[in-house]
Ligand binder design. Structure first.
Ligand code: SF4
Ligand code: SF4
Ligand code: SF4
Length: 319
């Protein structure tokens, strides 16, 4: 797969079909993968693909807005939905992007892997996808881990392992089986069963731990406003100090802004340094939007996210 990717990037850069390509490369240690920007075909051999290519790279295509040419991008099926939304939301033109779809068979959750193995990710020197399991190398020893033990939560219910819209694809997905009795919305439904006050108390307790580092905002494809409401000082909508009350407002505002636009990439939860279960919050939004509007973000170009659309006869008794 890597050879195929590197050959394609060499070809596309050589033909002038794009100005640069965004993919993944090895980071400062074997288990650490980082985004890679390839501007010259001689650098294409740095590109890699595997179960640790976690980042949703879609937000980087916004840089192409000011380019004369195109930018190429490697996308997993879940992340590709962000491209669809960015085009629909008029943030980028589709013909500015060369989409290279990669068949994805699940990504590792490093926190789960550390727990299962009892070692830090720094000690993991290789993770190989072997169908229904991962082969994980630690200090020369190879362990077999069932995917159900260490997959990212979103991968358990992966509905879109490849993009429906791509210019090139690196292959077909090989189906893998997950030995799990849980259902996609189990965690959300468990919270929904609680009385309103207990639900609120649950989230307030989570938000109390937030240090307002803004990582969840920075990583989210949907947070592309040139001036974010949280950064404004005149008027100042939110105090910079991470007090519980201010944190609650921060998370509620972000949640409302992402309702109908969240594509379930899981990046906000992945980057949170204090492990706030943001995925659960955004899963609740996806569930409500699906039930109320029969809408799933990122699946079509010709539908508008429900909360950025209106009909002249919409009811608005509160106005
Ligand atoms: S949700 Fe699907 S496409 Fe996305 S990382 Fe998981 S398996 Fe891959
Ligand atoms: S990443 Fe976590 S700690 Fe940082 S602002 Fe978001 S929720 Fe708060
Ligand atoms: S809110 Fe989180 S899961 Fe949803 S699109 Fe943004 S980063 Fe991805």
């Amino acid at each position: 797969m890597e050879d195929k990717l590197q050959e394609l990037v060499v070809e596309l850069l050589g033909d002038g079909a794009m100005e640069y390509f965004i993919g993944y490369r090895q980071g400062f240690e074997p288990s650490h993968v980082v985004p890679c920007f390839v501007t010259d075909k001689s650098e294409a051999d740095r590109l890699i693909w595997g179960p640790l290519c976690l980042q949703n790279l879609s937000k980087y295509v916004l840089q192409a807005r000011d380019l004369d040419g195109k930018v190429g991008l490697l996308v997993k099926g879940c992340d590709a939905r962000a491209i669809v939304e960015l085009v629909k939301q008029h943030q980028i033109e589709r013909d500015k992007i060369v989409v290279v779809g990669v068949p994805c068979e699940g990504q590792v959750d490093p926190r789960k892997m550390e727990q299962v193995l009892g070692v830090s990710m720094e000690q993991v020197t290789d993770v190989e996808d072997a169908g229904d399991e991962f082969l994980v190398k630690v200090g020369g020893e190879v362990s077999k881990l069932g995917k159900e033990q260490v997959l990212r939560d979103k991968c358990f219910y992966c509905k879109h392992p490849t993009s429906f819209d791509y210019d090139y694809t690196l292959g077909e997905v090989q189906p893998f089986t997950i030995d799990s009795e849980s259902e996609e919305y189990d965690a959300v439904e468990k919270l929904e069963e609680l009385p309103l006050e207990e639900r609120r108390a649950y989230w307030l307790k989570q938000f109390e731990r937030c240090i307002r580092c803004n990582a969840c905002r920075e990583v989210c494809y949907g947070c592309y406003c040139k001036e974010c409401i949280f950064d404004r000082t005149d008027p100042r909508w939110l105090d910079r100090t991470p007090l519980p009350r201010e944190n609650e407002i921060y998370h509620l505002i972000r949640a409302v802004h992402l309702a109908g636009r969240c594509i379930d990439c899981g990046e906000c939860e992945r980057v949170c340094p204090v492990n706030i279960p943001l995925g659960r919050l955004y899963k609740k939004l996806q569930k409500d939007i699906a039930e109320l509007f029969d809408y799933e973000a990122g699946m079509e170009y010709d539908t508008v996210p429900p909360l950025v659309d209106f009909e002249l006869d919409d009811q608005d008794p509160f106005l």
